[in-house]
Design a protein around this ligand. Structure first.
Ligand code: NAD
Length: 367
């Protein structure tokens, strides 16, 4: 297959490209002859995340904006793309609260431009809606729209986890803009019959995550002996999934997901933020004991809660498990060890990100 991956220089995108080029054929039988990465390289995009593939003739890296319909159209035509995997987004809730505009532009307008450009591309290729229900079932093209569990809003303690039939209830500009993109993807399938599959995933963690997000932020602060900012009472619950498990799920949803359908991807791993922070401290202490001299109580600092902070997210991934045969492989503590190991071993990557701080980027805390 020939793929266009948007946002491929970000956290999940770069892990996905690694999975596509190194493992998808062996594990899932998906042979990839071309991956075109389209990324604007915002503060969250890091070209070095994909340096390993600079000499791989199957990979092409293009710096550009998903809002640029002309560029997207020319990439689709030049590389005769079979499937778009759309991950490009503004993704940091705190930033969306301080400045929502970029979120509307990329997550709503950008998604619209991609869908519209893909629609014109299919028309040029004389594609017509057929009876095929998925790529596996004989479909020729696919648009995989990658989204988040945050579009469903907040759950109370005893409520059942989000599923594909949960109603949308976004509570911050990030989740509202992602919800807008999801609705457009749904509408383009229903209106034009386009082959579109949507996935909504839980919180990811793993290598290459920008250190404004909870796990890398805490790991790096522990290593520096800096206070660990915990929002409110720290009892917000998130459902955690190791990024490689998400990437395999995305490829499976692309290959066999039913057109027009949604799939929830989650690790059945609900944890309170405070428990996650304690687990990170314990793991860093276990793996680099000489670098952690303070106790958890000395490190943790409670800070004012984020406005509109959702209390609990939880995903029911039964459909992925039942229909697509997907299962997470990594338990939280093993994934956490791998993640800590990666940040300990990749000083240069961390240093490059720190240079971004000199451009005035403020690192905050997020889930
Ligand atoms: P990220 O912020 O690490 O990466 C986003 C990438 O998109 C960056 O490389 C950035 O440069 C690029 N980008 C931003 N605007 C662009 C534009 N206009 N044109 C082209 N490229 C642009 O995000 P991530 O954590 O890797 O998330 C990827 C996707 O997965 C997003 O759609 C996000 O909503 C979704 N998601 C993330 C999580 C999570 O826990 N991180 C969970 C569920 C879903």
């Amino acid at each position: 297959m020939k793929l266009l991956v948007t946002g491929g220089a970000g956290f999940i995108g770069s892990n996905l490209i690694r999975y596509l080029l190194e493992r998808s054929e062996r594990e899932l039988g998906l042979e990839v002859s071309r991956v075109v990465t389209l990324d604007k390289l915002t503060y969250a995009g890091n070209r070095s995340n994909l340096r390993d593939f600079d000499d791989d003739p199957r990979h092409v890296f293009v710096v550009g904006d998903i809002c640029d319909a002309e560029l997207v159209g020319s990439l689709l035509r030049e590389h005769q793309i079979d499937a778009v995997m759309h991950l490009a987004a503004e993704s940091h809730v705190d930033r969306s609260i301080n400045s929502p505009e970029d979120f509307i532009q990329t997550n709503v307008v950008g998604t619209y431009r991609l869908l519209e450009t893909f629609r014109h591309y299919l028309a040029e290729r004389k594609w017509k809606p057929t009876t095929a229900k998925s790529l596996k079932d004989g479909g020729e093209y696919l648009f995989l729209h990658v989204s988040t569990d945050e579009v469903y809003g907040s759950l109370a303690g005893g409520e059942v986890a989000f599923s594909e039939t949960s109603s949308y209830s976004p509570n911050n500009p990030y989740s509202a803009s992602k919800a807008g993109g999801d609705h457009l993807a749904r509408a383009y399938h229903h209106t034009y019959g386009m082959p579109i599959v949507t996935t909504n995933c839980a919180n990811n963690y793993g290598p290459y995550q920008f250190p404004e997000k909870l796990l890398p932020l805490m790991i790096l602060k522990i290593l520096r002996g800096e206070p660990l900012p915990v929002y409110g009472d720290g009892k917000q619950v998130r459902d955690w999934l190791y990024v490689e498990d998400h990437c395999r799920g995305l490829v499976m949803a692309m290959m066999a997901g039913q057109f027009g359908e949604t799939y929830m991807i989650g690790g059945r791993c609900e944890m309170k933020n405070l428990d996650v922070v304690h687990a990170i401290i314990d793991t860093v202490r276990e793996m680099a004991p000489e670098r952690v001299s303070q106790t958890a109580a000395e490190l943790i600092t409670y800070v004012e809660d984020r406005p509109g902070h959702d209390r609990r997210y939880a995903i029911n991934p039964e459909r992925m498990e039942r229909e697509l045969g997907w299962q997470p492989r990594m338990d939280f503590l093993s994934g956490l060890r791998r993640t800590v190991q990666w940040y300990l071993a990749n000083h240069d990557w961390v240093r490059d990100v720190e240079i971004g701080r000199y451009r005035g980027e403020r690192l905050g805390m997020i889930d």
